[in-house]
Design a protein around this ligand. Structure first.
Ligand SMILES: Nc1ncnc2c1ncn2[C@@H]1O[C@H](COP(=O)(O)OP(=O)(O)OP(=O)(O)O)[C@@H](O)[C@H]1O
Length: 681
């Protein structure tokens, strides 16, 4: 009755239909890349289509959360789609029919994917809170553990009181062993509960931080390329660190102080019970404490270092340009500016640390003052014989149980302010539109070469820049080989990237087989197309690993053929015809940029894509490689639509058509005119 875990496509399709997401169901059905879907891909598809869900152990409470269908992930690796109809459950069987199902909610180790909300519900407005509210399992254990630890925390003051009043005052030394045993037991429980609680808090904060990191990373991956490149790496790192801030706050001492704060009422109640109105003293002192802390906090905040961002940017800039800087020999200006920033950073950090120190000292002094005020006030009650001396000592000891958490919580105030900023930033980030914000559900025939058409495509990298492409219009037939030529900076790469769909023109549009490029799923489209950048990057690993990133199941023969067809035969020979050779490990195998480009080109050929976008595929190649690649290019004609940019006249001659660009404008588009000269390039 269950579906095999290796074929979840019908299940996902049925789930989307049940959720009223018919276009998405159609997309799943028609998308050949979604065949043989596994659980991990199913989850990725739900995320991609902005369905918010939770994966929970199968329990009554988990299922009570929803009226929507849910997916049961059985521990035998099988998965099933189940829905509730009034009081009965129905399961989707192999014939795609809903049949009665006896749900066993006590099935051990089974998990269930519960749908929390559908796309278009404004679920991401408070993404952080939504995510946090999913992790509720820790509330109860933390509550009980904190209560137990607070109660056992009363043991030492109360036992001290008994020793003072009964053992010393009542002259009953025989009570001492019993009191000591009781105190020992209470302290053991206290330590154990504290340890377990720290473990629970640390585990929940780590998981929570992991969820936030995953969400941030997925969103980063789906941001449009232009946005990604505009925002810059340091910003992305800061976003990823947000999750880390949340983790350190919850699992650190501030988190424990925060959790303990509500339980200080137990200490207050005990002081009130032992000494009556004396409890007003710590209450008033705590209010003064809060006020002073607020003032101190503003004082500390006013000295927050402002240079660190600038300093970090300078460091980044320096590390990127160090070679150039050394080579130029003009380092004096840089050194001067750098020293200025270092000095200023030091000064600001010193001032900040000084004020923070003052803040901590004030907090400590106020704690002491609270204890002293209680002692001095309490003495009158002892002299009046309203309370015993032992009770006063116990009260003073209990004061520390109040001021301790208060001090921790107050001193974490800055962290809370920081976290509040992080939460707001996270929520804003989760609202930013991604490549998947709009429905892009057109499917491609991945076996056929596509016809491409540029329609008044205009692109600017920023409002302050001149357009990189100005109203470009050109038609490319299916299977045509087109050379894009023109001087440096004329827009060749920009045109190729637009045709790949990674950068989106501000006006005009590109069609693929007469469908707007924006209608296609960007990820699927990029997997379909083979793009070779002007400078290919190598990844750590062997030659084979570097080639197989585009086709993990490629045979060794396929890898060698692709490398040879890319003109990389001599490179392969130089590497000892060894596909397992490590390209990153030893310096002797580090390849030059030109050699890396052979591998980049081989990757594209390995894909055997009917749509190839090649950015300067033959720059600086040896003549033999050029001949081989030229043959490869000829052999692609009719089978693949190929767009390549080049300055190489021999290669350009092989094209069926050329598009000549100048400063982002099309100067000519059509078959190669007799008198075309590439010399000016
Ligand atoms: N990320 C970017 N941000 C700002 N401007 C950019 C960016 N990328 C390219 N440009 C500018 O857009 C214009 C077109 O650049 P593009 O790289 O497309 O030209 P190209 O013809 O491929 O140049 P080359 O032959 O040097 O590779 C240039 O003026 C370039 O400076």
């Amino acid at each position: 009755m269950d579906k095999s875990a290796t074929d979840l496509q019908p299940l996902l399709c049925a789930l989307f239909k049940e959720l009223g997401m018919f276009s998405q169901a159609n997309y799943v059905l028609q998308n050949p890349q979604l065949q043989n879907l596994e659980v991990v891909n199913l989850i990725a598809q739900l995320k991609k289509h902005q369905v918010i869900f939770s994966v929970l152990p199968i329990t009554q409470a988990a299922l009570a959360k929803t009226n929507l269908p849910f997916v049961i992930l059985n521990n035998d690796g099988q998965s099933s789609l189940v829905k509730r109809s009034r009081s009965i459950y129905l399961i989707l069987d192999e014939k795609q029919q809903w049949v009665d199902y006896q749900l066993d909610e006590k099935k051990e180790h089974c998990q269930v994917i519960v749908i929390d909300s559908l796309p278009l519900a404004k679920q991401t407005l408070k993404a952080f809170t939504t995510q946090m509210s999913k992790r509720t399992k820790w509330y109860k254990p933390v509550f009980w553990l904190s209560l137990l630890s607070s109660l056992t925390g009363l043991a030492v003051p109360l036992f001290t009181m008994s020793v003072y009043d009964r053992v010393i005052g009542g002259q009953a030394p025989d009570l001492l062993p019993k009191i000591a045993l009781g105190a020992f037991l209470a302290l053991t429980v206290l330590v154990a509960t504290r340890m377990v609680r720290a473990k629970v808090l640390s585990s929940v904060s780590n998981r929570f931080a992991r969820d936030l990191s995953d969400m941030t990373f997925t969103r980063l991956l789906n941001l449009p390329l232009l946005v990604l490149s505009r925002v810059g790496v340091s910003n992305h790192i800061a976003r990823m660190r947000n999750a880390e801030k949340v983790r350190s706050l919850l699992s650190g001492p501030g988190g424990a102080g925060l959790v303990d704060l509500p339980f200080t009422f137990i200490a207050f109640a005990t002081i009130a019970f032992l000494s009556g109105w004396l409890v007003l003293v710590p209450i008033v002192m705590l209010m003064i404490y809060a006020l002073v802390n607020k003032l101190m906090n503003s004082y500390v905040q006013a000295a927050s270092p402002t240079m660190s961002g600038q300093y970090q940017n300078s460091l980044n800039e320096l590390s990127n340009n160090i070679l150039q800087l050394q080579a130029s020999g003009h380092t004096a200006g840089w050194t001067k500016e750098f020293f200025r920033q270092t000095r200023e950073t030091c000064r600001q950090n010193f001032l900040f640390a000084k004020r923070n120190g003052l803040n901590a000292a004030t907090a400590h002094a106020l704690s002491m003052l609270t204890a002293l005020a209680t002692v001095f006030t309490g003495i009158f009650l002892v002299l009046e014989q309203s309370i015993t001396a032992g009770a006063l000592i116990a009260c003073v000891m209990l004061i520390w149980r109040i001021t301790g958490p208060a001090q921790l919580a107050f001193s974490s105030r800055q962290k809370f302010t920081m976290m509040d900023g992080s939460i707001k930033q996270f929520d804003r980030f989760m609202q930013a539109s991604t490549e998947n914000s709009a429905l892009r559900l057109a499917t491609l025939d991945e076996t056929k070469a596509p016809a491409i058409s540029f329609n008044h495509v205009t692109l600017r990298y920023g409002a302050e820049y001149e357009p990189a492409l100005s109203a470009i219009s050109a038609d490319i037939e299916a299977g045509e080989c087109v050379a894009i030529i023109g001087p440096n900076g004329c827009g060749k790469t920009s045109l190729l990237l637009s045709a790949l769909g990674v950068i989106e023109p501000q006006s005009g549009f590109i069609t693929v087989n007469d469908k707007h490029l924006k209608q296609f799923d960007p990820e699927q489209f990029r997997r379909f197309a083979a793009f070779v950048p002007a400078e290919s990057e190598l990844l750590p690993g062997s030659l084979a690993d570097n080639l197989r990133i585009v086709k993990p199941d490629a045979s060794d023969e396929e890898l060698i053929t692709a490398l040879t067809n890319a003109g990389g035969e001599s490179l392969f020979n130089a590497l000892g015809k060894n596909l397992s050779i490590d390209l990153s490990g030893q310096s002797e195998h580090l390849l030059s940029a030109v050699e890396a480009n052979y591998i980049g080109l081989a990757r594209a050929l390995l894909k055997k894509s009917p749509y190839m976008l090649l950015d300067e595929p033959l720059a600086n190649r040896n003549p033999l490689a050029k001949i081989k690649f030229s043959e490869t290019l000829q052999s692609l004609k009719g089978k693949s639509t190929v767009l390549f940019s080049s300055h190489d006249p021999d290669l350009i001659k092989l094209a069926d058509k050329v598009i000549i660009l100048d400063k982002g404008n099309v100067v000519f588009a059509g078959p190669i005119p007799e008198n075309t000269s590439t010399e000016k390039e």
